[in-house]
Design a protein around this ligand. Structure first.
Ligand SMILES: Nc1ncnc2c1ncn2[C@@H]1O[C@H](COP(=O)(O)OP(=O)(O)OP(=O)(O)O)[C@@H](O)[C@H]1O
Length: 308
C-alpha cells in the first residue's frame, strides 16, 4: 500500500572509527515515493545505501525491508558494462544475472522507458555518460525492483541531461519505490517527495521536501512601495511583530523589514500597508530557499542527531 514504510531502520550504525560511518539512523521510507538522501561529501550516504541494499553489514541496529519478493537493487552512479555488449544485451544479461525471466519485449520495454530504443542494438562502448546512466536504469528496471536505490544518479551530467534523468527517475515511482542519494539539493527538490538529511553520519532532518524548504522561509523582506521608505518605516516600526524596519540606502522606495516569524510578516506587512493606503509594489524574501535551509541544518550546531 502506498505511503506505508517499505524500508525502516532502527538505530542503524556502521562505525568505521575516527567519527566516520553512520550512527543511530532511524529511517522510514514510504512506499511508492522517491526518497532523497542528501548530505555533504563524506556524510555517509553511500554507506547507508549499501547497508539498505544488503551490500554492507550494519555494525548494530536493524533494517526492515517490507517487500513481497525482497527485490532491492542498487544502481551505482556511472554503471560500467563490457564495451562490446549492445544496450539490449546488457539489459537481458542483467535480468538473467538476477534470475528474472526476461523476453525480448521486456528488454525493449525497459529500454523504451529510459529513452534508449534507438540505441538498443548499438554497442555501449561509445555511449555518453548520460546514456550509460540510462542504460544502468534500464538494466535495473528489467529486474522489476520493488525498491531501486540510486547513488548520485545525475552526477557529471550537463544541465539538460540532468533534467532528463531526474524526470525519468520521478516517473519511476509508478513502478517502484526509489531511494536516491545526492549532495545536490536542487536535484532532490526536483524529484523527491521525502528527504533525509545526513550530516557526519547522523540524520538531522527527515520529512517532506516541502517542509525543509519551509524551514528556510524568510522572516525578513525587501519591501518596495509606491511612496517613501521613511513613511513605511514609521508605520511598520509601530507594529509589535516587527523586529526591525530600516530604509535601504540609495533606494528611496525600498525598506528592509524583519519580523518575529515568517507568518507575521507575510500577512502583517501587506495588511499594514493596505490599512494606511500605501501601495505595495513588491515584497521579496531575504535569503531563503532550500539551500539556506540545508545550510542551517548542516551547520555545526544542527548535528545533534535530532529528527522531526
Ligand atoms: N570501507 C570503509 N572503511 C573506512 N572508512 C570508510 C569506508 N567507507 C567509507 N568510509 C568513510 O566513511 C565516511 C562516509 O563515507 P561515504 O562514502 O558513505 O559518504 P558519502 O556521503 O557517500 O560521500 P560522497 O558524497 O563523497 O560520496 C567517509 O569519511 C569515508 O571516508
Amino acid at each position: 500500500m502506498n505511503g506505508t514504510p517499505v524500508i525502516t531502520t532502527e538505530k542503524l550504525t556502521r562505525d568505521y572509527g575516527n567519527g566516520a560511518g553512520v550512527f543511530d539512523v532511524d529511517l522510514s521510507v514510504p512506499r511508492g515515493t522517491v526518497f532523497g538522501l542528501v548530505g555533504p561529501n563524506g556524510a555517509g550516504k553511500t554507506t547507508l545505501l549499501s547497508v539498505l541494499a544488503g551490500l554492507r553489514r550494519a555494525g548494530s541496529g536493524n533494517v526492515r525491508v517490507d517487500t513481497a519478493g525482497g527485490r532491492v537493487l542498487l544502481c551505482p552512479d556511472v554503471p560500467d558494462f563490457e564495451p562490446w555488449l549492445t544496450a539490449a544485451e546488457v539489459v537481458v544479461l542483467s535480468a538473467e544475472a538476477a534470475g528474472v525471466p526476461v523476453t525480448p519485449e521486456d528488454a525493449a520495454l525497459a529500454l523504451e522507458r529510459v529513452g534508449l530504443t534507438e540505441a538498443a542494438h548499438r554497442r555501449n562502448a561509445r555511449f555518453s555518460r548520460g546514456m550509460r546512466q540510462r542504460l544502468g536504469l534500464a538494466a535495473a528496471l528489467v529486474c522489476r525492483p520493488e525498491v531501486l536505490i540510486l547513488d548520485e544518479p545525475a552526477s557529471g551530467l550537463d544541465p539538460r541531461g540532468r533534467v532528463d534523468v531526474l524526470a525519468l527517475i520521478r516517473s519511476l515511482r509508478e513502478h517502484c519505490t526509489v531511494i536516491l542519494a545526492s549532495h545536490l539539493l536542487g536535484d532532490v527538490q526536483r524529484v523527491c517527495d521525502d528527504v533525509a538529511v545526513l550530516v557526519r553520519g547522523r540524520v538531522v532532518y527527515q520529512g517532506p521536501v516541502a517542509d525543509i524548504a519551509d524551514r528556510g522561509r524568510p522572516s525578513a523582506w525587501h519591501v518596495r512601495v509606491r511612496g517613501t521608505a521613511r513613511e513605511v518605516v514609521e508605520l511598520l516600526s509601530a507594529e509589535p511583530w516587527v523586529t526591525r524596519a530600516t530604509p535601504v540606502e540609495a533606494e528611496p522606495d525600498l525598506v528592509f523589514v524583519e519580523a518575529v516569524a515568517a507568518e507575521h510578516g507575510e500577512t502583517g506587512i501587506p495588511r499594514t500597508l493596505v490599512e494606511h493606503g500605501v501601495p505595495l509594489v513588491s515584497m521579496n524574501g531575504y535569503e531563503a530557499d532550500l539551500e539556506s535551509a540545508f545550510l542551517s541544518l548542516t551547520s555545526t550546531d544542527a548535528t545533534d542527531g535530532s529528527t522531526r
